[in-house]
Design a binder for this molecule. Structure first.
Ligand SMILES: Nc1ncnc2c1ncn2[C@@H]1O[C@H](COP(=O)(O)OP(=O)(O)OP(=O)(O)O)[C@@H](O)[C@H]1O
Length: 258
């Protein structure tokens, strides 16, 4: 959706890198400290428009903190975030959503007492006129395979259906970039495959993704590129094959277990 916002300070930072205009998101020296602990340590990171990037790393590597910095849930201790060439480091979360960044956190946050349709209306109110509601609702529920559940109370959906509803709610805002924190945690193999297919389909429609995930087979089934975080910094980046075959990556995961 990416509405223009005159309060956003534009910057040459993206162009100065000489890395081209397809860059949708970039961080420079991004740092987050919690007291004496540096959870994110001077991170330079970039994602291209339409890319599907997975973020992996051992427990405590800083993945969720990094995502929260991108959404504005955490303020950085240092560094900057650029989105489509404009700095958004100090923008509040709702303004980042207006700029085209959507987020789905790990814990399902659908409204359990509302029906599927009522849940969907909450984000739709931001972007659609009342006349468009019905058409947009049906369209979205068809795409997310939830049409038969239109009148079902969200609490009565399966975990996989709740995840799909929540991704559908986020997608109604027509983001250019979608951030997902462990979208298949706790799902069955079949539900995981459904989410993988859905993300690949949405990515084919040119939505970029940053997905945090521990399930490496799921990562392999969706990712264009993978970034490995370790101790708050980028350890390595590459294709899933590069990352899987890197003995140093194996070591940091083994270090977690032994
Ligand atoms: N609000 C907070 N206050 C203090 N420390 C925090 C806070 N949030 C995260 N941390 C610490 O920052 C570090 C990174 O945590 P984070 O949750 O980002 O890691 P993660 O890679 O997402 O881990 P996991 O895979 O276990 O979810 C950890 O040491 C964690 O204890």
């Amino acid at each position: 959706m990416a509405t223009s916002d005159p309060t956003i300070k534009t910057t040459q930072a993206v162009d100065e890198t000489g890395e081209g205009s397809s860059r949708i998101l970039q961080t420079r020296g991004l740092t987050k400290r919690f007291g004496g602990l540096t959870a994110i340590d001077d991170v330079d990171f970039a994602v291209d428009a339409g890319e599907l990037r997975c973020l992996i790393g051992p427990n405590g590597a800083g993945k969720s903190t990094f995502l929260k910095l991108l959404t504005g849930r955490h303020d950085p201790s240092a560094g900057a975030i650029y989105y489509n060439g404009a700095e958004l480091t100090d923008l509040p979360p709702y303004k980042r959503i207006d700029r085209g960044i959507s987020i789905k956190f790990q814990v399902p946050s659908v409204y359990p007492d509302l029906t599927v349709e009522e849940n969907l209306r909450i984000p739709l109110q931001r972007v659609a006129s009342k006349a468009e509601f019905e058409e947009r609702t049906i369209e979205t529920l068809e795409q997310f395979d939830l049409l038969e559940e239109i009148d079902t109370t969200a609490a009565n959906l399966s975990h996989g259906q709740q995840q799909r509803l929540e991704i559908g709610m986020a997608m109604t805002l027509e983001p250019d970039l979608m951030l997902l924190d462990e979208p298949v945690a706790g799902l069955s193999v079949e539900e995981t495959e459904e989410i993988a297919e859905l993300l690949v389909e949405l990515n084919d429609e040119d939505v970029a993704f940053i997905v945090i995930e521990h399930d490496i087979d799921f990562v392999a089934s969706i990712a264009d590129r993978v970034t490995v975080l370790h101790q708050g910094d980028i350890f390595t980046e590459g294709t899933i094959e590069d990352v899987r075959s890197d003995p140093e990556v194996k070591k940091i995961y083994l270090g977690e277990d032994h």
